[in-house]
Write a protein that binds this ligand. Structure first.
Ligand code: ADP
Ligand code: DP6
Length: 572
């Protein structure tokens, strides 16, 4: 077999619509919306290097031939058993090391290709060493920890020595390309080079995966969570390619259902599926759950801290209401791992046990924005540093416990009101006059709910009230903590946008600051145009739209032909 074998996986970006700061504390939840802009990981290896993986059309599910069927027993951690056929006789052809390269496809090839040498030692497990000068901590750590995990899983089934040989065979010749949709990075320069105004239509006309002129660390990000989407898609791509999991494909009708029902047992399955469906879903969703725990771990290790993890969670599961995992789940692993690339048998079992989805207590509750509404995002040109914001806000909360807890409680209530009213609007989607009423409201304007107005118009008014209340409380937090979460410049911009007919409301996503805003609007051309006019003429700060809107789906397996511009970008 001479043709290559390719796996392409994508993960969405994120917008934390409600729950910034609160979501760091497991007593509260956050509303995270996944974006239509995605991060792609493509993994190719010569088909001869992965003899146990059936050669299949690009983008289709690539199950290892030796994997048991869905009716077979599952291993202790719930993922599928990796029972293998005897290691093939060609293993002697391979040396005890091999190389894997990872290239960031839209950056300079020279500066943004990282090559890693993998050695497989019977005692030490797999060792990953960067070759050359350039470093990419997120990629190196993700690659290392994912290979450690795969080796540890293989070792459970076929013993340590065979596991090393098998992994070496499967890893040989792997080439990875990572590509982010344009939205992840500021496209101001690309727009002005092409003499295009900062409009959504201009962004749509830029070539997909537009090459970027500077190295990654000097490129302005837009806040969609590039590192979380990178880590998640890379973990998932490798696990899929190496035959450990099976991710739903983008064409699979199951994928949205999976998203809405996938949650680590036993905490929060709100699924109403039949038992047989549930069995099918849970065997696959366990694949997603292992991606989740491994990606959270790799992301925390690369960041050097354990954050709330809402970004990784939405990269895996898509839009949802997120309650964080207990940080203690990762303590032992974080302490024992540093970024060390080797693995002893004791740390190997710690890896398997700590990442077992059964041990994880995050909650993923289904949520989606109602149809007919649209999330609009803008990149605001001014820089803030989220880590320092978080540190300062938490320090204030520590110092002023009572007022802070009182504020946390009121914010939580406002956040829940927003979730509740949006779900109630979504509950009306099937009404025959739903779209007509929305269209009418987009012309008449959405006001905070008035006495006596009920029905859809009343609900839209309630949504406006909830969004405004959240903003008001975040300004209270800004004043009390002296951290500019919604600074006056953003207040002016948001107020101007919110006054537009058809705009329900908006806010500062996540940690807030000067970087970005979101708006929730009725999805009508007139409304979008009016908002874009305000942004284009805003002089106090430079406001550039993002192309993305909301998307429900999380991680997915892609087919090369289905993603505009991907083939060309991979061939560059
Ligand atoms: N396209 C890319 N290719 C490779 N690595 C990337 C890419 N985009 C982001 N990264 C990695 O993620 C890091 C940025 O992470 P971070 O500062 O946490 O930003 P964000 O908030 O967008 O996640 C970069 O330094 C780089 O290591
Ligand atoms: C404060 C937070 O609750 C939310 C931060 O959300 P952002 O979307 O601002 O995050 P970055 O991608 O790191 O910029 C911290 C957290 O939950 O980890």
């Amino acid at each position: 077999m001479s043709s290559n074998h390719t796996t392409i996986v994508s993960a969405p970006g994120k917008v934390l619509l409600a729950g910034g700061y609160l979501v760091l504390d497991r007593s509260y939840s956050g509303l995270v919306v996944a974006t239509s802009s995605r991060f792609y990981t493509s993994i190719t290896s010569p088909s001869s290097s992965s003899p146990l993986i059936s050669p299949s059309p690009l983008g289709s599910s690539v199950l290892p031939t030796a994997l048991p069927s869905s009716s077979s027993a599952q291993s202790s951690n719930g993922t599928q058993s990796l029972t293998l056929s005897a290691t093939s006789s060609d293993e002697t052809q391979h040396s005890s090391s091999c190389e894997i390269s990872v290239r960031a496809g839209q950056f300079s090839c020279q500066e943004s290709t990282w090559t890693y040498s993998l050695s497989f030692d019977d005692d030490k497990g797999v060792q990953v060493e960067a070759i050359g000068e350039g470093k990419n901590k997120f990629i190196e750590i993700t690659l290392t920890q994912t290979l450690r995990y795969v080796r540890a899983r293989l070792a459970q089934d076929i013993g340590s020595v065979q596991a090393g040989k098998e992994l070496r065979k499967r890893s040989r010749g792997i080439q990875v390309v990572v590509l982010a949709d344009n939205d992840f990075y500021s496209q101001r320069e690309q727009l002005s080079e092409s003499r295009l105004p900062p409009r959504i239509s201009s962004l749509a006309s830029l070539r997909p995966f537009h090459p970027l002129p500077r190295p990654i660390h000097k490129t302005n990000k837009t806040g969609l969570g590039s590192s979380a989407a990178l880590v998640t898609s890379l973990v998932a791509g490798l696990l899929q390619h190496l035959g450990v999991i099976s991710i739903p494909s983008s064409s699979s009708s199951q994928s949205e259902t999976l998203h809405h029902t996938s949650s680590p047992p036993p905490t929060q399955s709100t699924s109403t599926t039949s038992q047989s469906e549930t069995l099918y879903i849970s065997s696959i969703s366990f694949g997603l759950d292992i991606v989740h725990s491994l990606a959270q771990f790799a992301h925390c290790l690369a960041q050097g801290k354990v954050g709330s993890g809402f970004d990784v969670s939405s990269a895996v599961y898509g839009t949802h209401i997120y309650r964080r995992f207990s940080p203690s789940i990762l303590s032992q692993l974080m302490n024992s791992s540093s970024s060390s690339s080797s693995v002893s048998s004791s740390s190997s079992s710690l890896l398997i046990s700590s990442l077992d989805p059964i041990e994880w207590d995050q909650q993923i509750s289904p949520f989606r924005l109602p149809s007919g509404l649209r999330l609009m995002l803008a990149d605001v040109d001014a820089g803030t540093d989220t880590p320092s914001f978080v540190g300062r806000v938490l320090k204030w909360r520590e110092a002023e416990r009572d007022p802070a807890n009182d504020l946390w409680g009121r914010l939580d209530q406002a956040n829940r009101c927003l979730e509740d009213v949006l779900s109630r609007i979504a509950g009306r989607e099937s009404a025959s006059d739903y779209m007509r009423e929305l269209e009418q409201a987009s012309r008449n304007g959405v006001g905070e709910k008035e006495e006596g107005s009920d029905g859809l118009v009343g609900l839209l008014g309630d949504a406006k009230t909830a969004l405004n209340e959240i903003r008001r409380l975040l300004r209270e937090m800004s004043d009390a903590s002296q951290v500019p979460i919604e600074p006056p410049e953003q207040t002016r911009l948001l107020d101007a946008c919110s006054a537009c007919s058809g705009v329900i409301g908006g806010g500062v996503p996540g940690a807030g600051g000067y970087d970005a805003i979101f708006l929730l609007v009725i999805d009508q051309p007139g409304v979008i145009q009016a908002v874009e006019d305000i942004w284009a003429s805003w002089t106090e700060m430079s406001v550039c739209p993002l192309l993305a809107s909301q998307s429900d789906g999380g991680l997915r397996l892609e087919s090369l032909e289905a993603v505009r511009g991907l083939k060309e970008a991979l061939e560059r």
